[in-house]
Design a protein around this ligand. Structure first.
Ligand code: ZN
Ligand code: FE
Length: 258
């Protein structure tokens, strides 16, 4: 499966995967970058996957459906423009010969879902489309859900196979890593990863996809049980080492961080 991150707006990525003939896209906030890529690669569109209802993830649906009569898979409990197939945790989606398991990841929005694909060919790494739930080095803001929900959602993603390619919907990595440094200033892994991400950005390349193993090592929001992170959270108001309390404190700290 070929994976492509199509830049959109300031910092969104619309993920496209294809088999050389047909393509599917995830969270097309804008139809233009998708149409341009389909044209350039001589692909036809086979399906659209949506993770949540925000405009920067669904804004291109109408334009794409005007050109292609394709299924749109979208969260069952959110309001999504136009005809679509409502999916929720436990469902799976079959497109271009690949099966995606739907995972409920409430927190950023109430009905946010992620799509996980484990290739039959074990030489190929699994793929996760996680929208605005997990970012490299960070996580989405809690617009509709509770910290408990978001913490549980992130844990579910952290438990996926280590080599899973993590396809996030925004290029927020460097700014997230600044915060991660504030939480764990002595982490050598974090420093090495930051250098690599800086080189990618300087070369005009995405820092994504990330890997679950990388996120477990550097992302403070997946490290709420780690002593250095707990200590940092306690210095910023956490009243216990309870992982949800630590998560809540980190999320609040990051909201105010600059
Ligand atoms: Zn969003
Ligand atoms: Fe977004």
């Amino acid at each position: 499966m070929d994976l492509l991150a199509l830049p959109a707006f300031n910092d969104n990525y619309i993920w496209m995967f294809h088999d050389g003939v047909e393509a599917a896209v995830v969270d097309p906030g804008d139809c233009e970058p998708v149409l341009a890529a389909l044209d350039r690669l001589k692909l036809s569109l086979a399906a659209i996957l949506v993770t949540h209802h925000h405009q920067d993830h669904v804004g291109g649906l109408v334009g794409l459906r005007a050109r292609f009569d394709v299924p749109v898979y979208a969260p069952a409990t959110e309001i999504i423009p136009g005809p679509h197939l409502a999916v929720t945790g436990g469902h799976s989606v079959l497109t271009i010969g690949s099966r995606f398991d739907v995972i409920d990841v409430p927190g950023h929005t109430r009905g946010h879902i992620a799509y996980f694909h484990r290739p039959a060919d074990t030489a190929e790494a699994p793929v996760l489309f996680c929208g605005d739930t997990l970012f490299s080095g960070g996580c989405g803001r809690l617009f509709e859900g509770t910290p408990q929900q978001m913490h549980r959602s992130l844990q579910a993603l952290a438990d996926l196979p280590e080599d899973t390619r993590v396809c996030c919907a925004h290029e927020y990595t460097l700014s997230n890593l600044k915060f991660a440094h504030a939480v764990e200033p002595d982490s050598a892994e974090l420093k090495a990863y930051t250098r690599w991400c800086e080189q990618q950005r300087a070369a005009g390349l995405p820092t994504l996809p990330s890997r679950i193993a990388t996120e477990r090592a550097v992302n403070p929001f997946l490290r709420c049980g780690v002593a250095t992170v707990i200590d940092a959270a306690r210095r910023h108001g956490a009243t216990s080492h309870d992982p949800v309390e630590v998560f809540t404190t980190l999320r609040q700290w990051k909201n105010e961080f600059q």
